[in-house]
Write a protein that binds this ligand. Sequence first.
Ligand code: ARG
Length: 499
Amino acid sequence: MTQEGDESVIRRDRFSGGPARSFLSSLEADKRIFEADLAVDRAHVVMLAECDIIEDAVAGEILTALDAIEVEGHAALPEGEDVHEAIETAVIEQIGPDGGKMHTARSRNDEVATCIRYRLREDVFEALEATLTLREALCAVAAEGAETVMPGYTHLQPAQPITVAHWACSYESAVRRDTARLLEAYARINQSPLGGAAFAGTTFPIDRERTAELLGFESVIENSMDASSSRDFLLETTQALSTLATTLSGLAEDVIIFANRGFVSLSDDYSSTSSIMPQKKNPDTLELVRAVAGDAAAGVQGLTTTLKGLPRAYNRDLQRATPHAWETVDAVSEATRVAAGAVATADWNEDVLAAEAGAGFSTATGVADLLAANGLPFRTAHELVASAAERGAERANGETVSHAAERGADYDALEAAAGEVLGEGLEAYVDPDAVEAALSPAESVASRDSLGGPAPDTVAESLESARAELAADEETVAAVGADLEVAHEVLRAEVSGYV
Ligand code: ARG
């Protein structure tokens, strides 16, 4: 019986020897799926024997040859258009023509799709672990910095005081969603296309559920054409990684700015110096983390463009789609681990932060809120405080302070503004002690205790739920890792029955 679809085995000699030989070949890039292909071969051969499609003795010979090929490694493979062909050639070289029975009832089309999913599961598992490590680091920073007041910014201008804990929790929440997106992508990677053959199924009585089980896949991608042709799982994963990289780039940018302002000191391990300027300590690692968002966006762009408009079913374009995903997952996982290390080892300079927390009259909103809470319409309060801020922007000699962070306002400025805006003193509305308190960054932070706000008690509650969710995600990801281990053991055990 001849197989449908993949004609390369018959036509190998006729078509693959020309000047385009190396252009056609993915053998080098397939190093990444060498182990995956061996696993897929093993599962397929075990299933073929169980379904009486090949003899047990032949299965044993093929499986023994695969073990030897694994020991010799990818570099020892004979020539081939890709790893699938090269491994098959190596099996035939070792055991003779019966080795050719390995490719019964399948095609390289379903084979490669299965290999990519099999390998990508491991890579996404590592990316997931990296997000957990980063979340742990951010939680630790939050626990340490519960009371550490710092300036918060909008438009990169001093806005309102916050705490280091509130800042760290804001990124932890974002990375938590990145973990969730990767877990969702993982669930759709974890489905087996094997047995879809070239795209139109096979006449052999195969058991697709069994190969899925042997490879630890959660389920089977049923439609054989969908199974061999679809790469939306690559796009979805790369998009999730790109979103994570975008989160990382903001985190990196913040820490770079904080280091520039003396708020935080990076560990030497995460800094570089200059080859010419001996005094320099640069946040290079975080600059590279920031840049990885570009790599990831390029991966998404490359994949989208390659996949766009591909007709059903398999097209060789797909061979060039896969590396975009490998490059993205490698770059983003590494950037996530580096960001986690940089965050975990950085020192927050509390004195500088405290001194800067009120800079630029960052407590102005709190003062306006206080006046509004005491009966003044918020708009009038806003105008009053703005007028005080303008006074704060002028030095005694009438010169204007151009740098926003150097602006400030004190009780006297507010009192003068009240005289101008209200025509009477502040006391008519509010207790002067309360105004003094509202001008203090620490008090300002403590008073913003609405859900998710920066008040230390509020952040402590957020941190508690962040930690609970982190623990739950750690369990989920550990279970993913355990399932991958079990899949290896199940397959190993089945194979050992034949060799
Ligand atoms: N190397 C190919 C890929 O990565 C798989 C082989 C399918 N080739 C074919 N001519 N049908 O997609």
